[in-house]
Design a protein around this ligand. Structure first.
Ligand code: ADP
Ligand code: GLC
Length: 486
């Protein structure tokens, strides 16, 4: 079958720019599409931190000193490139200091709409300059969700895109990129206002994500359960009617685990490696993690791990009371890595201060420590209120760390409840979003932990799961091939 050409555009690509799972997923899409023989070209802003990083970045011939009429002025930019780690695919970096020379990936400077509308248009115009005619523009989240509309308006004249279809992947409907309608002119869509969602428009709002959902040839989400959940009131976040209207064009494709990055047998970020058949390295990792976290090591004391962004989504408001009870009562440890909303940072600070021999909390982002926690912990907590897919529960299973999750989105699709009678199951699952349900489930997990045989079985069940990208990438390719008929 014909190889596909794909233009993938995102605000995050690991390891270059990452705040969460979006980065892991776009990097894996690029890597595995390319390994499957497709021509994938990925676009990301050249953020200041990438420019200052240790990457080998080269200017792309013919794509230097370009200009675009944008936001009422001539904006200058260039395209640079760097290889996507462990693949032949190329990452194209949009170099435009006026938009991307900022401290972080996202900014609170009042011009986010310009920064990401520009990325979307620069990707399209770079394709024009390269005469690259993609079968698919694959957009991700609100930042690049205007591409489908741009292609049918501003760039509709260009026959290069006659065969081009679009996919918008929703990684998280909680972020929709909603701006006042006054931004339409600056982003070059001032003459196209009839295309925006009219009810929103009358109320003075222009939503990037919503616009993408309307005009993308297909919309995908990162798990089947989330695809269903966002058609409902509770998790639709205002998009549920639209999601239902587009049901025939919706795909739910679970994220995968990139084994090049997350595999306990080959991980170079951890000092001890292991496999399901020989878990001695995992025991050593537990000891190493305790040392690193400055907590007393006891092989029998279960270690509970958390690696997360701290937002309401992640469900950590269920934890405080239960953890206080267990930490008082049990000989256990807890290692937490993350940052975000202050109320959660304070909660973990408090636990670490009150249980200095049991709890270690590192505030911040630390990829290496994330690998150590996945490898060295026994139980991994993800009590999410909602979770489009979630990657850490899959990383946990791969590393023999048993996930405790709420039954929502991708967590529901990847973790099966442990059943002692059948010896089946990969983790501990609760359904109702309340503190008591979390408490009972953690209690069950801690009790099961004391039974070595049962625990070993859960660990091995988890490690035997296949969440490989090789398989998931085929689902994406099937979706791409169906686009011309949609
Ligand atoms: P989300 O995208 O909602 O944050 P996911 O579970 O899909 O959730 O992905 C989170 C990714 O970000 C994982 O790769 C995880 O290891 C990583 N991560 C989250 N917080 C941190 C942190 N503080 N330090 C290092 N890695 C982190
Ligand atoms: C989002 C979601 C997470 C998902 C990730 C990658 O940030 O919160 O559940 O795994 O995107 O798709």
């Amino acid at each position: 079958m014909e190889a596909l050409s794909v233009c993938l555009v995102s605000s995050e690509v690991a390891p270059f720019a990452k705040t969460g799972g979006l980065a892991d997923v776009t990097a894996a899409l690029a890597r595995y599409l390319s390994r499957a023989g497709h021509d994938v070209r990925t676009f990301l802003p050249l953020y200041k931190r990438i420019a200052q990083g240790k990457y080998e970045i080269t200017p792309v011939d013919g794509l230097q000193n370009l200009t675009m009429q944008f936001a009422g002025r001539q904006v200058r930019y260039s395209i640079h490139s760097t290889p996507i780690t462990k693949s032949d695919a190329k990452l194209y970096l949009v170099h435009c200091p006026e938009f991307y020379d900022r401290e972080g990936i996202y900014a609170a400077d009042g011009d986010e709409h310009l920064r990401f509308a520009f990325l979307s248009r620069a990707a399209i115009e770079a394709c024009q300059h390269m005469q690259f005619s993609p079968h698919v523009f694959h957009c991700n989240d609100w930042h690049t969700a205007l591409i489908p509309l741009y292609l049918r308006t501003v760039y509709a004249w260009d026959r290069l895109f006659t065969r081009t279809r679009t996919v918008l992947t929703l990684h998280n409907n909680a972020y929709q990129g909603i701006f006042p309608t006054s931004v339409a002119r600056d982003i070059g869509l001032g003459n196209e206002t009839k295309y925006f969602h009219q009810e929103d428009w009358r109320e003075g709002r222009l939503g990037f994500l919503k616009t993408g959902i309307i005009y993308a040839t297909a919309v995908s989400t990162v798990s089947k359960t989330y695809a269903r959940e966002i058609q409902g009131e509770e998790l639709g976040m205002g998009l549920q009617d639209l999601m239902r209207q587009r049901d025939d064009h919706m795909f739910g494709i679970l994220n995968g685990v990139d084994v090049a990055e997350w595999s306990p047998a080959t991980d170079t970020l951890i000092p001890h490696r292991f496999t399901a058949d020989d878990l001695s390295g995992k025991a050593l990792m537990k000891r190493a993690l305790m040392q690193k976290a400055n907590l007393p090591y006891d092989p029998r004391a279960p270690v509970v791990g958390i690696v997360s962004r701290f937002t309401a989504q992640k469900g950590f408001d269920l934890l405080a009371d239960a953890m206080t009870v267990f930490l008082q009562r049990e000989d256990m440890r807890m290692v937490v890595l993350g940052s975000g909303e202050e109320r959660f940072e304070r909660q973990f600070d408090w636990l670490a201060k009150n249980f200095p021999k049991k709890v270690a909390y590192k505030n911040g982002y630390d990829n290496e420590l994330a690998h150590w926690i996945e490898a060295g912990a026994d139980i991994f907590l993800m009590p999410s209120r909602f979770e489009p897919c979630g990657l850490n529960q899959m990383y946990s299973m791969a590393y023999g760390t048993v996930p405790l999750v709420r039954k929502t989105g991708g967590l529901a699709d990847t973790v099966q409840q442990w059943n002692p009678a059948t010896q089946q199951g990969t983790g501990f699952v609760f359904e109702k979003y309340d503190a008591q349900a979390f408490f009972d489930t953690l209690q069950r997990a801690l009790r099961t932990y004391r039974d070595d045989l049962q625990w070993r079985r859960i660990v091995q069940n988890g490690m035997a799961q296949d969440f490989s990208w090789e398989r998931q990438i085929e689902r994406y390719v099937e979706m791409y091939r169906r686009l011309p008929q949609l």
